[in-house]
Design a protein around this ligand. Structure first.
Ligand SMILES: N[C@@H](CCC(=O)N[C@@H](CS)C(=O)NCC(=O)O)C(=O)O
Length: 257
């Protein structure tokens, strides 16, 4: 494998308040990678401003760029890609070992930590977040922004969608993830074992969101609640919270609807 080189490379994080940008900021703090933040603000409807599309056509946060003198910026979107890129270049210690010694390259011999990390890295945005975005929409159907007279009806519909379709599907996922947290290799305390991996960063946003919306409680999900408390106690997490307050004037992961 070619040696990783970071000479002269600078990281720019294009930041949107109360967004998935936070998990990238936390990772940058954990890896102690110097970075610059360029700040964008959500609109009243909580959307990303159109100027973000000038950075990348997708125009959603997070966006990260790698700049080097004399080179065209390398601009990327998707939290999973950004986390993998940062881990590849600056955080090899966050990659679980792929094979047990002597079994390198053999299909089926991958370590449990490695396979869990791969799953979490995909499931965060692929399975859990789509359901939680739906949950944001049902919450919005109850919000003060809905005209007073129709709110009882939209609230009733939201409640029905949640109880019959949405919450059972979310809990199906959370129960599986609780089981994984309970049986983490080497007894945890992180999702893939006794040290942090990209998965902890990737899963922080949906799991903290599920906790904030009352879906994760200590009683129902003791291991996930414990994991959230553990990551929130890390010095790098504290540093990211302080940095967020500096950028946004307050700390928040999710916009109010
Ligand atoms: N799967 C993408 C999701 C990106 C995304 O939807 N970001 C939200 C912020 S958390 C956003 O930019 N929302 C504003 C909008 O949709 O206009 C990722 O993980 O990066």
């Amino acid at each position: 494998m070619a040696a990783v080189k970071n000479h002269g490379a600078k990281v720019i994080l294009y930041w949107l308040n109360e967004s998935r940008s936070h998990r990238i900021l936390w990772l940058l703090e954990e890896l102690k990678v110097p970075y610059e933040v360029k700040v964008f603000k959500r609109s009243k409807q909580a959307l990303a401003p159109p100027e973000m599309k000038e950075i990348h056509p997708i125009g959603k946060a997070p966006i990260m760029a790698i700049t080097r003198e004399g080179r065209k910026d390398l601009v990327m979107v998707e939290s999973g890609l950004i986390i993998e890129y940062l881990v590849d270049h600056w955080g090899p210690q966050l990659k679980p070992r792929r094979y047990p010694e002597g079994q390198e390259g053999q299909a089926g011999d991958e370590t449990e930590s490695y396979m869990r990390d791969r799953w979490f890295m995909h499931a965060s945005e692929g399975s859990l977040m789509p359901l939680l975005v739906f949950k944001i929409l049902t919450a919005a159907m109850r919000s003060k922004n809905v005209p007073f007279l129709v709110r009882p009806i939209t609230s009733l519909i939201a409640g029905k969608i949640e109880s019959t379709a949405l919450h059972p599907r979310i809990h199906e996922q959370l129960e599986y993830i609780e089981g994984l947290a309970k049986t983490a290799p080497s007894g945890g305390p992180y999702l893939c074992g006794n040290s942090l991996t990209g998965s902890d960063f990737m899963m922080s946003y949906p799991l903290q969101g599920a906790q904030q919306s009352g879906l994760i409680t200590k009683e129902r999900y003791p291991c996930l609640s414990g994991w959230i408390a553990n990551i929130e106690a890390l010095p790098s997490y504290h540093a990211a919270v302080e940095k967020t307050k500096e950028i946004d004037g307050k700390f928040g992961l999710f916009p109010e609807m």
